[in-house]
Write a protein that binds this ligand. Structure first.
Ligand code: XMP
Length: 509
């Protein structure tokens, strides 16, 4: 398989670079600069290498550097932003730092005739984000683009096929970024562009048929996209040797448990164990109000239940997980502050002994996982399901979690989702209800009522790292509020959350 290496120097758009490559049906993998050697790069047979941006300055002694021989690696290299400066530095060019030369945001770009800029007009807009800049191109390099502040906005050494751009072609603000990627991949690296999802499915099924032949495999199915796609893919390879354990912790949305059961056991004929553990979870959570404490209990209880059920199956050889590429990359870094400890089944291998773990989706991005899911025939509503946190509705019940509050929340949440879907709101990427611990007075008919306050939350976001509150039409909000207070006994008030992230988070807990 042809592949491109994205050498990671810590920039914030690195995943985006890999995605831009993959959008062209060329496989790309991201490796931190200090986790791969020049030797390994040569051995892996990459068709090209892309050096990413990064927050550092090349002259800083603590900055990430790489073996200078990369310039002679023998395959095309493209440096982006810091990656471009690093190339200049390695080739003995001059990189200087000057506040008054820094550029941020959309910038006018002028390009010269070069294969990297085929189909890019002479003048266009690009996205810049830098303080340091290359004053003079190194020996052997030609300047192939400029901006008013940047004498070397792009450069190349055609002989060695080394290219560098100071701007960011991977972000959409660079008008002709896609063309630049295409030129690099197809005209310079001579990639074929034959990496497609059909091949991925076929290859995976073949691979696991052999690798897991005669083995008993267990998978914790949550009903989320990742574990669902992993389950159907593995089921295609090994059929009844796969058992999916679906722990119903009683913190699911309305009808969700039944839907999962119907889809996986009914439609796909997958060996599914549905464990009804509602009362166990609620017992453990009783009296607990602190969000992280709730998460911890749910995480631990999940493992306990899963372990107990796994034992019932008898001997199990392999644990399968729905890990996807961003999880893999994230877990390779992990210095950032813990805002919320997201609960996943990642802790499982420590407590149960398995011969091995398989992660059939560990090379795919979310959108690629979705596309595999659709090709496997998984229903659209599941594949396009909005994200749902591992601890489920527990993080949407403020204060103590009780069956009463959960049931009220399930109804309110279902009404709100129904109204948004009916109105076909396109920019609501995640929307749900939260039940607070706050009761207030209402009036119904001529009688006083006293019930809970429901919060409606909807966010517009690409990546869930930052999010805007969705400007929902008043009619939709009004309809949802009316229905929730009329149809559900015990709710007197409905409010809409108009906080973005940051400073708030998407979930309330
Ligand atoms: P926050 O609340 O951190 O949410 O802004 C960002 C995205 O992550 C989801 N989320 C979770 N997912 N376990 C998960 O698997 C969790 O504990 C968890 N907490 C939040 C949230 O729904 C949103 O999509």
């Amino acid at each position: 398989m042809q592949k491109i290496l994205v050498l990671d120097f810590g920039g914030q758009y690195n995943q985006l670079i890999a995605r831009r490559v993959r959008e062209n049906n060329v496989y790309a993998e991201i490796k931190p600069y200090n986790k791969i050697t020049l030797e390994e790069i040569r051995k892996e047979g990459y068709k090209g290498v892309i050096l990413t941006g990064g927050p550092n300055s090349v002259y800083d002694s603590t900055s990430p550097h790489f073996d200078k021989e990369l310039l002679n690696v023998g395959v095309p290299v493209l440096g982006i932003c810091y990656g471009c400066q690093l190339l200049a530095f390695m080739a003995d060019g001059e990189v200087i730092s000057a506040e008054d030369s820094s550029e941020y945001g959309k910038t006018d770009l002028a390009v010269f005739d070069n294969i990297l800029f085929k189909d890019v007009p002479e003048k266009s807009e690009c996205f810049m984000s830098h303080t340091d800049y290359i004053k003079e191109a190194p020996k052997g390099f030609a300047v192939i683009a400029t901006t008013s502040k940047c004498p070397v906005a792009a450069m190349c050494d055609e002989k060695r096929k080394i290219y560098g751009v100071q701007f960011h072609p991977e972000v959409t603000h660079t008008a002709y970024g896609k063309e630049i990627f295409r030129n690099f991949l197809f005209k310079i690296c001579k990639c074929k562009g034959d990496w497609i999802m059909d091949n991925f499915i076929e290859n995976s099924v073949e691979k696991y048929k052999k690798e897991l032949s005669g083995k008993k495999v267990i998978l914790a199915l949550s009903g989320g996209v990742d574990s669902s796609v992993a389950a159907v893919l593995l089921h295609r390879a090994i059929g009844q040797n796969l058992t999916c354990v679906f722990v119903d912790h009683g913190l699911l949305r309305k009808n969700e448990g039944d839907f999962v059961e119907k889809t996986f056991r009914g439609k796909f004929g997958i060996n599914l164990m549905r464990v009804n553990a509602e009362s166990e979870f609620l017992d453990k959570l009783s009296g607990v109000t602190e969000p992280e404490h709730k998460r911890k209990i749910i995480g631990e209880e999940f493992i306990r239940v899963f372990e107990r059920e796994a034992k019932k199956i008898g001997k199990v050889d392999v644990l399968a997980q729905g890990t996807i590429y961003p999880d893999v990359i994230e877990s390779g870094k992990g210095d950032s502050a813990v805002i919320k400890s997201h609960h996943n089944v990642g802790g499982l291998p420590d407590v149960i002994a398995f011969e091995k773990i398989v992660e059939p989706l560990r090379d795919l991005f979310k959108d690629e996982v979705r596309s595999v899911g659709l090709k496997l025939g998984i229903p659209k509503e599941l594949v396009w399901r909005q994200p749902f946190p591992g601890p489920g509705l527990a993080v949407r019940v403020i204060g103590e979690i009780t069956k009463e509050k959960l049931d009220l929340l399930r109804e309110a949440d279902s009404i709100f989702r129904e109204e948004i879907e009916k109105a076909e709101i396109k920019n609501a990427n995640q929307y749900f209800a939260v039940i607070t611990d706050l009761k207030s007075v209402g009036v119904m008919g001529d009688a006083r009522t006293y019930g809970y306050t429901i919060v409606l939350r909807s966010v517009t976001t690409d990546d869930f790292m930052t999010a805007e509150w969705t400007r929902l039409p008043y009619e939709v909000l009004g309809k949802a509020s009316n229905r929730i207070t009329n149809e559900i006994n015990g709710i007197t008030r409905v409010v809409y959350d108009i906080t973005s992230k940051p400073p708030a988070t998407v979930e309330w807990e």
